[in-house]
Design a protein around this ligand. Structure first.
Ligand SMILES: *Cc1c(COP(=O)(O)O)cnc(C)c1O
Length: 473
């Protein structure tokens, strides 16, 4: 498979280069250069993942790919990897049985092994991954890269903004090659500092002199996106007929993987975006206008608190059948004015292919409570929004699958408030009460007494020094 940039101004490249560099040099995202031929799911999740990796990462030798899949799957607690559970008139595709209890584990337990091979093939001594996180990505990257040879990870998280469980998942994560550092500021400060580090020529030179390459593990990387197709293909095998899908959406990576699964032959009928109060993508699907120029809201589904969804650029490229001139125009309007409007056949195809809905924080808690009362299914806030949207869309006669993106035990304070109306500020105490009233086993409780391994805190201005110190440049 060869890859080209959505902006059309970068050379064609192979999967190894795209894996290592993430973003194309023209600022675009890598997409497959050729239309996708159908892919038949294998007999189980593992076989389907192996087939996908062969298709999308064919430059990596087969034994390396198989070994990566085996190592990734060994980190999952469920034998079927992503179980399907019934509740509230839909099926929940539970994507959260990996090490950090969110769907990002599916790709992030695999990507480090693919990157390590790509680095070796490119003669790079070590890949040094830098990531800014508002919560779930940081711990999933640390768990995924922990003790993978020739890789290191440094995660910057905001000193205020993550939940206590999310923070502990990072600062207590073992592994000699992984670190987390708090930034004095919010998520935007962390993100801006990491972006500035990637643009810092002096830093890149110091990395190179030390035989290292600075890279990132965010969801624009093809190694994050394409492995996610696997669970939609595997779900299609188990359902055995046409079905609709609803995906709680932030950066548009997960739902784009479902769209690719459909292109590869999965019989997905309607594909629906579920947004929280930061409903930029929901509005875009309904009107064709992408407008990020609005107030940023902090919600109880924090992993979807985002206004600029990077993977929408890949969707624009697909909708225009690879018209990079149009993609560049929209992206420059987004940068200059915070908004753009699509029209014509692209808008027609967008509306034909996607549906959308959203929920306020209050509606999210109502949905959690309704679903629990109706079917005794405990859905985390993100998943509950997906269920609410599924219920509100016009029926199609097909079964609906809601992507269950995180475990409810990651968000015990919201879960308890939704079920009882009571706010218990301490997350571990809230988890204890939630376990008592639901009769379910709490997950992540051992984090409460886990040793703190990463205590670094840095000012935004001192981020380059923190990077050099951590990676030993
Ligand atoms: C990351 C995340 C999302 C958003 O997924 P995207 O691929 O960015 O759209 C939704 N729910 C949870 C729990 C997440 O961690």
């Amino acid at each position: 498979m060869e890859y080209i940039s959505t902006r059309g101004l970068a050379p064609r490249t192979d999967s190894l280069h795209a894996l290592l560099h993430g973003l194309a040099p023209d600022g675009g995202l890598y997409v497959p250069a050729e239309p996708l031929a159908p892919l038949t799911p294998g007999e189980d999740f593992r076989a389907t993942m192996e087939a996908l990796l062969e298709r999308f990462f064919g430059e990596i030798p087969e034994p390396v790919r198989k070994d990566a899949v085996a190592k990734s799957l060994a980190r999952f607690r469920a034998p079927e990897v992503v179980p399907l559970k019934e509740g509230g008139g839909v099926s929940f595709l539970e994507l959260f049985h990996g090490p950090t209890y969110a769907f990002k584990d599916v790709a992030l337990t695999l990507l480090p092994h693919l990157m390590a091979y790509a680095a070796q093939a490119a003669g790079v001594g070590r890949v040094c991954v830098l990531t800014a996180t508002s919560g779930d990505t940081g711990s999933a990257a640390m768990q995924g890269f922990a003790d993978v040879p020739d890789t290191s990870v440094l995660v910057f998280y905001p000193k205020v903004g993550t939940s206590e469980i999310q923070r502990r998942q990072m600062v207590c994560c073992p592994g000699g090659n992984v670190s987390a550092c708090a930034i004095k500021g919010n998520f935007d400060d962390a993100q801006a500092a990491v972006k500035a580090a990637f643009a810092d020529a002096a830093l890149a030179a110091r990395a190179k002199a030390a035989g290292c390459l600075l890279s990132s593990a965010n969801s624009i990387n093809i190694g994050r996106l394409f492995p996610q197709i696997c669970y939609y293909l595997d779900c299609a095998r188990r359902i055995g007929g046409p079905f609709d899908v609803v995906v709680p959406t932030g950066n548009f990576g997960n739902i784009l993987a479902a769209h690719y699964a459909w292109q590869l032959g999965a019989p997905i009928g309607r594909l629906a975006v579920a947004s929280n109060a930061n409903r930029v993508v929901c509005d875009f699907v309904r009107t064709g206008r992408y407008d990020a120029h609005r107030e940023f809201r902090i919600t109880n589904s924090p992993s979807m608190d985002i206004l600029v969804s990077s993977n929408v650029e890949r969707l624009l490229w697909l909708l225009t059948k690879g018209n990079d001139v149009e993609v560049r125009t929209w992206e420059s309007q987004l940068k200059a004015e915070g908004a753009f409007q699509i029209g014509g056949y692209a808008l027609h195809d967008l509306k034909e292919r996607f549906a959308a809905g959203w929920a306020t924080p209050e509606e999210t808690e109502t949905a959690i409570a309704d679903l629990w009362r109706e079917s005794r299914y405990l859905a985390d806030p993100h998943t509950a929004i997906g269920w609410k949207v599924a219920r509100e869309l016009p029926p199609t006669g097909r079964p609906t699958v809601v992507a269950a993106t995180a475990s409810p035990w990651k968000f015990p304070v919201t879960m308890l408030r939704a079920l009882t109306g009571k706010t218990v500020a301490d997350e571990f105490a809230a988890a204890g009460e939630l376990a008592a009233i639901t009769g379910q086993m709490p997950a992540l409780a051992d984090l409460r007494s886990a040793p703190i391994l990463h205590e670094a805190v840095t000012a935004r201005d001192a981020v380059p020094e923190a990077i050099c110190r951590t990676f030993g440049f």
